[in-house]
Structures are given as structure tokens and as C-alpha cells.
Design a protein around this ligand. Sequence first.
Ligand SMILES: Cc1ncc(COP(=O)(O)O)c(C=O)c1O
Length: 472
Amino acid sequence: MGPVVDDVLGLSHKPDEAELLQLEQKYCSWGDTVHYLDPPKFFERAEGNYLYDREGIPYLDLQMWYSAASFGYGNSRLNQSLKDQIDRLPQLACQYLHPEKVQLSTAIARLNESKFGRAGRVHFNVGGAQAIEDSLKIVRNATGKSVVFAFMGGYHGRTLGASAITSSYRYRRRYGHFSDRAHFVPYPYCFRCPYDKKREDCDLYCVKQFAKNFETEYNSFWDAKARESEFAAFYIEPIQGTGGYVVPPVGYFPALKKILDERGILLVDDEIQMGFFRAGKFWAIENFDVVPDIVVFGKALTNGLNPLSGIWAREELINPDTFPPGSTHSTFSANTLGTAVGLEAVRMMTETNYEEIVRRKGSYFLAQLKALQAKYPRVIGDTDGIGLALRIEICREDGRLPDRELTDRIFAEGMKGNLDARGRPMGLVLDVGGYFKNVFTLAPCFEMTEDEIDLAVELFEQLIRRCAPDRT
Ligand SMILES: Cc1ncc(COP(=O)(O)O)c(C=O)c1O
């Protein structure tokens, strides 16, 4: 064995970055990643808001692992809970019980009962897409139907089931026919309204269009005699994540929910990216005054430590008589490490006023982004956000046409690590999303100070000036 692996394990020497990259090109699958940069960047350390590269240069992170590390890299309280659990009960098969699983389920179920006025139960898995899969089983089991509505621009993960309800054909193209592919409905993306309306006076035209589907059986969604829809559920993200942190207009979701209730269609709320205060409330859907039937969560529940995802569902959908043991069992489902950190994170979320913190910092950040937009109208077409889920839409000179190329340049420039952070070198970690891949989706750390927000805006302005000097 020795000589075959010694050099890469670092037994004979510590491989440098060039060597590692060569090995990566040859031995790593690229299917489990997304390569935005060529070559991708190595990082060595993470703390608070910052990632550090191999030279020790800090990169201010405005995306925090797609919102999975909202409470900061290396959060000492959450790390400690993981360490304690490792020493106490590091592993346990899911057929046995451990206190943290029961306590965490109870905490989320009781919180939801107080928020939504409905009893329910909680069920765990590991990744977001896996929890989506589990929710699809709950929907199918409860309704006997296998097709659902979902939004254009929505993202629910990349397992087969999650890909079937994620709008991008790109994620399905190479995998054959998806007979259970969702029917995709336009999302209320008002900056680029799919119906060319204006938010101020559209009177929620998009909801009226959706309602029309049920006017007659000939529109293919509704059997008027049986009074039954072919569609079991509507999968939503309250704020689209990968779609570009698009915030819907007030009144949209209540109007949509009314139609769903009239047609017996369940509402499944995907909170994987926006849950746990990203949008200023425990669940993002709480901003919009509707009660979901199922909530799916993941990412920030463990601050990106030992992964844990899950679902909450109304009692009628998930009680053991309806959804019996073994319905979705997976070896790592309610693992002891994830549930311990999740429990501590929920404790922290109930003890700390994140609603106030996230709203205050979010308004401060958004005001600065609006000022930047006013200063660079030939680069930034739209800024918006709710809580600390913020968007910057990069456009051509006219302020409307998406400028993907400039977006990519800004992103890559931020990763060079040579911006001037008040006299010292620094990088800026951004993430690109949106229907036209021209939106910076910002999910900064909740612990970020106002001074760090100022710094982030200064660094972003440097990127604009470097990458679009003719438009500044
Ligand atoms: C809204 C939403 N749903 C589902 C997923 C899939 O989660 P995971 O990547 O953990 O499978 C994501 C991931 O970005 C997401 O943002």
C-alpha cells in the first residue's frame, strides 16, 4: 500500500497546490461539485465571516456556504455541542432513540404549532435534496398522486425526485424522461415580470393566470365532476434562492394559497436555504402570512456542521398510521451529531433575537446596496432583499439587459485575494445565481458587524471599478 498512497496522504511530503490540482484533475469526479472558477480555489481555514487561503489571505464571505453557515464559521457554541456529543454518543443506529432527536423534533413541532396553529411531526434526513425526496413520498402517500406544481426558477436539489421538480432542464437533460416532472408556474419575479406587468398596478395578474388553469377541465388540471385536481401539491420557495433571491410581492402567497385550498392542493414550503432567520423570521414563509402543509429544511440547522435536514408535516399527513416506520429510513437519518448541533442551534435561535438582528443588519446592508445602485446605474439594474437575503442584479448599460459576462468577471476578480481592505489584501466571496446567471445572491453571516458591511460594500465597489471601468 505504502508507496501507492504515501505521497498524496502527505506522509512523504506536504503536497503543494499545483500537485493537488493535478491530482484533482485526474482522480476527483466533478459531478459532485460546480466548477465556477478554473482552476477552483483551495482554502485552508475558516473563522467567523472569513475563509483563509493557503497563503493566509482572508476572503470576506458574503455567501456563507449558500446560507448553510449563517451563524459564522467555527461558531464556538455550536462547535462545542458537536464536540460534547462526539465524546458522549457519537454514533447510534436510527432504530434506537437518543434524547436530542426527540428534543429537536419537539422543539420544531411546538414552534410550528405556535406559528401555524397546527399540530405536526418532524422527520430527519441528511441533505436538503433527500428531505425533498422524503416530502415527495409524504405527498404521494397522502394523496395517491405523483405530479406537483413548482415554480420556474425554483431549485429543490439534484437527486432524481428533486430534479423532477426543479425547473432547469439542464439538470434533467442527460438522465432520460422524467414522467413525474412538475408543471412549472411563473414565479412573481417583478423586476422581470413574466407577463410584462408592473408591480404597482398589476393586481396580481400572475395569480389570476394560475387560477385560470382550473376554470374548465379542458385546461387539463381539474376534474370538475370529481372536484379533484390531478396535482397533489405546489412546491414553493418563499424567496427563490438559486433563482436569484427573488422576493415576491405582498399578497402573492395568500392569493395563491386560497386557490390551492379551493382545489385541495397541498402547499410544500422549501425552507432549505431561507429558513432559520435568513429572511428575518424563523421560517421565511412567516413573512407572507400563509400556513404551509409541509416545511422542508436543511443547511443552517447545524450551521453546516454534521449535516442534518428534515421535514415538518401536518399530523394528518405524517402520523405513524399514515406514514409508518420504514417509509423513508436511511442509515444516517436522525444521526446523533447532527441532532445535537441542531438542538443547540434552535436553543440559540430562541434565546437570541435574530429577528431584530437580521432585520437591522439587512436594512443597513440593503440601504448601502441601493446607494451603490444609484452610483452605478450602468452596472446594477436591481437591488432588493429581505432580512439578510440580498440581491444585486448586474445589467448592461441600460440597467435591464442581464450582463452575465460582467457578473462572471466580478466573481472571479473577487477570488483573486488582492482587493485593498483598508491597506491589507483581501478577497470577496460572492455567489452567482438568477435566471440569467447575472445576480449576486448575498447571504452574509448573521454575526457581521456594520463596519464589516461597510467593508464588504467598499470591496464590491472596487470590483465594479476594476471590472467595468468604462461604466463607472
Ligand atoms: C431551496 C433549496 N432546496 C433544496 C436544496 C438542495 O439541498 P442540498 O444541496 O443540501 O441537497 C437547496 C440547495 O441549495 C436549496 O437552496
